[in-house]
Design a protein around this ligand. Structure first.
Ligand code: 13P
Length: 287
C-alpha cells in the first residue's frame, strides 16, 4: 500500500539521513526502483513529473501500475507516489487519482499567491492523509521545458511557507536540475543553514540530485535535508547502457531484439545508480 512521505521523512530528518526520490518514466523504471528499494530495505519515493504523467498515459494509469507492483512484487518497504513540481491543477488531479503525496511548486508566483495556494492544499492533503511538498525560490536548470536560474530562497519566506503546515520544503540553494555546468558555484550552505534555523524539524528537500558531489550531499543532510531528488542520472545511465547494447549489435542477433532483452542492461544500470544513491543518502536498512 502506498504511504504518505511524512513518517519516512520525519524519521530521516531525526536520523540524519535522506530518502531518495527517483523519478519514473515507464514500467521498467518503476520496477527497477521498487526492486532496489526492497532489496536494500530502504524507504523510497517515486517521483512523477507532469510530462512523465502524460507520457505514461495519465495519473490513474500510474497509480494502477504502482499499486499492482506493490502487491505482485511483494514490496513491504514504505513507498510514496509523489507528483514532482506540480501545478495547482495537477495537484488536484493526482490527489483524485490516488497519489499518496504531491508537490505544489508555487515558486514562480508572488510569495502571497504561493502562500495562499499552498495553504489551501495543506488543508486538502491533511484531510486525506497525504504529504505535501512546497517550494520557495526557483531551482535552476530545465525541467519539462521550464527553465530557472537557480536562485537562493529567502529564509523568511521559507519560514512563512513552513508555518502553513506543509510536510516538506524544497528551497533553492543554488541547486540545478540536470548536469551541473563546469562553473557551478556549488550549494549555498549558508542559505540552507539559515532556512533550517527558521524551519526547525521540517524535512528539507534537495532537488537536482544528479551530479552533486558526495561531500556536499552529506553536508546538506547534516543541515536538515531529508529528501533528495534524482532524475537525470538514471536517464543518463539508462541511455548509456542501452546505447552500448545496441552498438554491440545484440539487438540484431538471435532474440536480442526482444524488448525485454533490449531494455535489460538499462534496467540493471538504473538499479545500480539507485543503490549507489541510497548508500550515499544513508537510507539502506532504514525501512
Ligand atoms: P536531477 O534531474 O538533476 O537529478 O533533478 C531531479 C529533480 O530535482 C526532480 O525534481
Amino acid at each position: 500500500m502506498l504511504v504518505s512521505a511524512k513518517e519516512m521523512l520525519e524519521k530521516a530528518k531525526a536520523g540524519h539521513y535522506a530518502v531518495g526520490q527517483f523519478n519514473i518514466n515507464n514500467l521498467e523504471w518503476t520496477k527497477a526502483v521498487l526492486q532496489t528499494a526492497q532489496e536494500n530495505n530502504s524507504p523510497v519515493i517515486l517521483g512523477v513529473s507532469e510530462g512523465a504523467g502524460k507520457y505514461m498515459a495519465g495519473y490513474k494509469t500510474i497509480v494502477g501500475m504502482v499499486n499492482g507492483m506493490l502487491e505482485e512484487m511483494g514490496i513491504t518497504v514504505p513507498v510514496a507516489l509523489h507528483l514532482d513540481h506540480g501545478s495547482y491543477d495537477h495537484c488536484y488531479k493526482c490527489i483524485e487519482a490516488g497519489f499518496s503525496s504531491v508537490m505544489f511548486d508555487g515558486s514562480h508566483y508572488p510569495i502571497e499567491e504561493n502562500l495562499a495556494k499552498t495553504k489551501e492544499l495543506v488543508a486538502v492533503c491533511e484531510a486525506k492523509g497525504l504529504s505535501l511538498e512546497a517550494e520557495v525560490g526557483s531551482i535552476g536548470g530545465e525541467e519539462d521545458g521550464v527553465v530557472g536560474m537557480g536562485e537562493c530562497a529567502d529564509p523568511n519566506e521559507c519560514k512563512a511557507i513552513a508555518d502553513l503546515g506543509v510536510t516538506m520544503l524544497a528551497a533553492g540553494i543554488g541547486n540545478i536540475h540536470g548536469k551541473y555546468p563546469a562553473n557551478w558555484a556549488g550549494l549555498s550552505f549558508e542559505t540552507l543553514d539559515a532556512i533550517q534555523q527558521l524551519t526547525g524539524d521540517m524535512p528539507l528537500v534537495l532537488h537536482g540530485g544528479t551530479g552533486i558531489p558526495t561531500e556536499m550531499i552529506q553536508k546538506a543532510i547534516s543541515l536538515g535535508v531529508a529528501k533528495i531528488n534524482v532524475n537525470t542520472e538514471c536517464q543518463l545511465t539508462f541511455a548509456e547502457a542501452t546505447r552500448k547494447y545496441i552498438e554491440a549489435g545484440k539487438d540484431l542477433e538471435g532474440k536480442g531484439f526482444d524488448p525485454r532483452k533490449l531494455l535489460a542492461p538499462g534496467v540493471d544500470a538504473i538499479k545500480a545508480t539507485v543503490k549507489e544513491k541510497m548508500e550515499i543518502f544513508g537510507s539502506i536498512n532504514k525501512a
